[in-house]
Design a protein around this ligand. Structure first.
Ligand code: NDP
Length: 281
């Protein structure tokens, strides 16, 4: 059996069209476009590439974008002042702090300083708490995109056994909570899980966000299960692979996301969705 490929690029296109319409509508009703403020400290090339991607994306769908670029040696006070100015600026609807911050800065302090209503990354503890309680709030983009992919591909979740491999606050943990809210029976696995294969083989759905190429092998996957791969690993030759041994698992699973072209393209679209929600709040 060969699995159905869950095409993230096609879904991202669909979401982009929907987003564009929503942004147009919002711009007409409010007399200005929803606006994203991005704070970048330093000039890390990967970070700068991502910032350019987001800027282009915003431009493409009619959202406003502003970059607050701080030097690599900016102090915590400089960072907090910049966050406060965006928090209080009524023409900025969403704020993204580009991570990772240089090591001399206090990341937790920066996240706590964000106005949680503008936290389009869903990283503020208030948003994390709302999600943990199953209340409406801003959900981190990557797991929100994973849920959108499952929903639009009509993958049944209610009553199903699901495993999430990874427990980071930005991917694994919120994904587990979203699956729980969708009435799946959820197990969270991590680096200390004993016999990962045995846990995963019991599951109808496996979501992986570990950052370990080939962690998930065909022997770990129950025939017909759905496999969502959030892993993004750059190989020595520059190519991108996920956490799943795709070539082998595609022969066992019922549905699977490829890497690249699976969860990745949807993540940025969910950022725009969060921006729209923040602008409407
Ligand atoms: P973290 O490093 O913060 O978390 C990794 C998690 O995986 C940890 O909980 C860790 O366990 C767990 N883990 C590591 N090794 C194993 C193992 N051998 N067995 C079981 N669990 C393991 O990473 P992130 O959550 O930030 O990112 C995870 C992956 O997702 C990365 O590849 C990242 O690039 C990618 N990513 C993809 C995005 C997308 O849009 N598709 C967006 C964001 C991230 P423990 O807690 O015990 O250490």
């Amino acid at each position: 059996m060969t699995a159905r490929i869950l095409d993230g690029r096609a879904l991202a296109q669909e979401l982009r069209r929907e987003t564009e319409l929503l942004i147009n509508d919002l711009t007409v009703r409010r007399g200005r476009a929803p606006s994203l403020g991005v704070i970048q400290v330093g000039q890390d090339p990967a970070s700068s590439r991502y910032v350019r991607t987001i800027a282009k994306l915003c431009q493409g769908v009619g959202a406003a974008f502003r970059l607050e670029a701080l030097p690599a040696d900016a102090s915590q006070d400089d960072l907090l002042t910049t966050i406060a100015s965006l928090n209080h600026n009524p023409s900025v609807d969403g704020i993204l702090i580009q991570m990772p911050l240089p090591p001399h800065l206090d990341t937790t302090g920066a996240i706590f300083a964000l106005d949680h209503r503008k936290d389009v990354d869903g990283v503020h503890p208030i948003n994390a708490g709302l999600l943990a309680q199953g209340r409406p709030g801003i959900v981190p983009n990557t797991p929100a995109g994973g849920m959108e992919l499952l929903r639009r591909n009509e993958i049944l979740l209610r009553g199903r056994r699901a495993a999430v491999v990874g427990r980071s606050p930005i991917v694994g943990r919120p994904m587990a909570q979203l699956l729980l809210h969708a009435d799946a029976t959820v197990t969270i696995c991590h680096s200390q899980t004993v016999d990962l294969a045995a846990v995963l083989r019991e599951c109808d759905l496996i979501c992986v966000a570990a950052g370990r190429p080939n962690l998930i092998t065909a022997a770990m996957v129950r025939p017909g299960a759905t496999v969502i791969d959030f892993g993004t690993n750059v190989r020595a030759d520059g190519s991108l692979v996920g956490d799943v041994d795709f070539a082998a698992v595609v022969e066992v699973a019922g549905a699977i996301t490829p890497v690249p072209g699976g969860t990745g393209p949807i993540t940025n679209m969910m950022l725009l969705k969060n921006l729209i929600a923040a602008a409407q709040a």
